[in-house]
Ligand binder design. Sequence first.
Ligand code: AP5
Length: 214
Amino acid sequence: MNIILLGPPGAGKGTQSAGLVERHGMKQLSTGDMLRAAVKAQSPVGLRAKEVMDRGELVSDEIVSDLIDANLTAMEPETGAIFDGYPRTAAQADDLDALLAKHGRSLDCVIELEVNVDALVERITGRFSCAKCGALYHDTANPPQKEGVCDVCGSTEFKRRPDDNEETVRTRMDEYRAKTAPILPGYEKRGIVSRVDGMAGIEEVARAIDGILG
Ligand code: AP5
């Protein structure tokens, strides 16, 4: 299957993608993760993207669609893709249709994580991840089982994202409302949108998503 997880910053796209990878052997294609890797590597794409990301604005459609194309090229055709944080604009939605056709795939489902936007700032500012394996945590909602030790790889080093501050989060929310939410009606017309209550607990959200995927 090829699915899109859609929702504003902090809705739980990354958290649920990680669960889908583990349970269903799908591959997570997160443009945010790809861009952060490019920034870390100080590649030409990373150098162009860094300031835009630090402001909470969207990187150019061309850059992210090229990243998705490269990742689809590297994937086994039978592995399902989870698009996490892509598409984010009408142009990217068109690009995705073209890329899926190019790679012999089709879109099965768009899952919208419905959330209370007021709760998201707290979710995002409480987020941290394992510096070694990238496992995602939250100060109160999802801390490691043993304080200071990653559940997945045992590392004791953690990090926070530079764009996870309140001011940048507000810009990211505005970008979502203005540019990303408007792509939903197009998918609704195609009859492929399902909605999940993203305010439920992490495991409950995962069960609801599994119920949709069947
Ligand atoms: P990106 O990395 O995609 O960030 P985002 O969309 O803002 O989404 P987040 O990663 O913040 O949230 P999430 O929904 O994954 O939530 P998570 O699971 O982590 O993009 C970053 C930047 O890159 C953009 O601002 C832009 O500049 C650029 N970019 C990326 N893609 C682009 C594109 N296509 N086009 C242009 N620019 C692009 O959860 C958040 C926290 O909540 C965690 O701590 C988690 O533990 C906790 N949590 C999760 N679920 C629950 C739950 N059910 N209950 C309680 N807590 C929960």
